[in-house]
Design a binder for this molecule. Structure first.
Ligand code: AMP
Length: 114
């Protein structure tokens, strides 16, 4: 079972900011910005490589949750970043798809130097 399944099952604690039948969102345990939330589908999809055409509505739903949370967190107007990490070069640590919502300060351009 993935770490995020354990969180969704209630076996591990998390600071939830959204829960519905398709996806949940909780605060990242090691925030990289003042607002750092992970939007996680209940369906286990290991990486963005594993997204199927049938997952389209689910992925759209994740972005809708991110949009609503950005507004709720007060970062919608100043702006924020949404990102998926994929595999080793993407720096993925947890192999259960999740969308990062980052904001609350200027985030700089794209990627940090290696
Ligand atoms: P990624 O590198 O895209 O796989 O991101 C995984 C994220 O999960 C990292 O930002 C971690 O800080 C975060 N994380 C790991 N364990 C937990 C946890 N127990 N609760 C909340 N966030 C976590």
């Amino acid at each position: 079972m993935t770490l995020f399944e354990k969180i969704m099952n209630g076996d591990l604690p998390a600071d939830f900011v959204h829960q519905d039948d398709q996806a949940v969102a909780f605060r990242d345990i090691n925030p990289a910005a003042p607002v750092h939330i992970l939007i996680v589908p209940r369906k286990v999809i290991p990486t963005t490589n594993d997204i199927t055409d049938e997952d389209g509505p689910l992925i759209g739903h994740m972005f809708a949750i991110a949009r609503d949370l950005a507004k709720k967190e007060g970062i919608a107007d100043d702006g924020y970043r949404l990102l998926f990490n994929c595999n080793r070069h993407g720096g993925q640590e947890v192999y259960h798809l999740h969308l990062h919502l980052l904001g609350g300060r200027p985030l700089g351009r794209m990627v940090a130097a290696a």
